[in-house]
Design a protein around this ligand. Structure first.
Ligand code: PAF
Length: 284
């Protein structure tokens, strides 16, 4: 595995790999790798002849009062994981090279960026779309892999790729969960023992939604109310939002007569956790 710290070297490697007519699979990450990332790497390993992973804690997707500084960073452990998973190239660019002091170009995906998490984390998805488009330009992957946990991010990236004609296929893999259902996330590291136990309420509440649909409930207002009631029983929980939306447009759905996305963001102590579930109208 080659560890690459600058754009020029990354581009030279890409040129060589493309010259060999190899399919490039790419997994953009912010590090603190876990089983969720590993499932993306393993899939890329199966699909592609060359696998590139990037680790870059992207400052432009964090708000001024968010956790950029204390976002978990453990390069030694990440490198070991990548080596073991047979990644070919580990790209860890420096902030100064990605965003030079006079940097001024940003990508916005209007209409999708200000919904769900975008209401609470203004500018976040502009930061995501900008860094992902830059990484796509540098790595020029054939296929890029993302996890369904960041559902809104995936919808935004897919739209950006379509709108800007970026020649990459986006593959989305299912959420990888702990035994009690908690979605794997680098931010789970912020939870203490008690909060970690309590955090399983997120998955339980999504399952409650599924059960309600199965039993014939069609009113999203009622389902959301029950989810909120359940989560509020946990003292350390603070809800940002619980929403039921169309999985493509992210518009609110009132009467659930088609495939829907139940999405939520909840603070458990100092960790802002997100989770979601796609459910069809019969609760499956
Ligand atoms: O999902 C993430 O880890 C990040 O948002 C991404 C896609 C690597 C962009 O910084």
């Amino acid at each position: 595995m080659l560890v690459i710290r600058n754009i020029r070297t990354m581009r030279n490697c890409v040129r060589k790999v493309k010259g060999e007519k190899k399919i490039i699979g790419f997994i953009p990450t912010m590090g603190a790798l876990h089983q969720g990332h590993l499932s993306l790497i393993n899939r890329a390993r199966r699909d592609c002849e060359s696998v590139v992973i990037s680790i870059f804690v992207n400052p432009t997707q964090f708000g001024p009062r968010e956790d950029f500084k204390k976002y978990p960073r453990n390069f030694a452990a990440d490198k070991r994981i990548c080596q073991k998973a047979k990644v070919d190239f580990l790209f860890i660019p420096r902030v100064k090279e990605i965003y030079p002091p006079d940097y001024c170009s940003y990508v916005r995906v209007k209409g999708l960026e200000d919904k769900l998490c975008g209401t609470f984390r203004q500018g976040c998805f502009q930061g995501v779309a900008t860094i992902v488009s830059k990484l796509f330009n540098i790595v020029q992957p054939d296929i890029a892999y993302f996890g369904q946990k960041d559902f809104q991010q995936v919808v935004i990236i897919k739209r950006m790729v379509r709108d800007l004609n970026i020649p990459v296929k986006i593959k989305v893999l299912p959420i990888v969960r702990e035994k009690d259902g908690l979605a794997m996330s680098s931010r789970n590291k912020y939870l203490n023992k008690q909060q970690r136990k309590e955090a399983s309420i997120l998955f339980q509440s999504l399952q409650l939604a599924k059960e309600m649909l199965k039993k014939g409930e069609r009113s999203s207002v009622k389902v959301i109310a029950q989810i909120k009631k359940m989560i509020k029983k946990i003292p350390s929980a603070k809800i940002d939002y619980v929403s039921i939306v169309n999985p493509e447009s992210l518009e609110d759905v009132r009467l659930m007569s088609e495939k829907i996305l139940v999405a939520l963001a909840v603070w458990i102590g100092k960790a802002r956790l997100i989770d979601n579930m796609i459910i069809n109208e019969t609760g499956i």
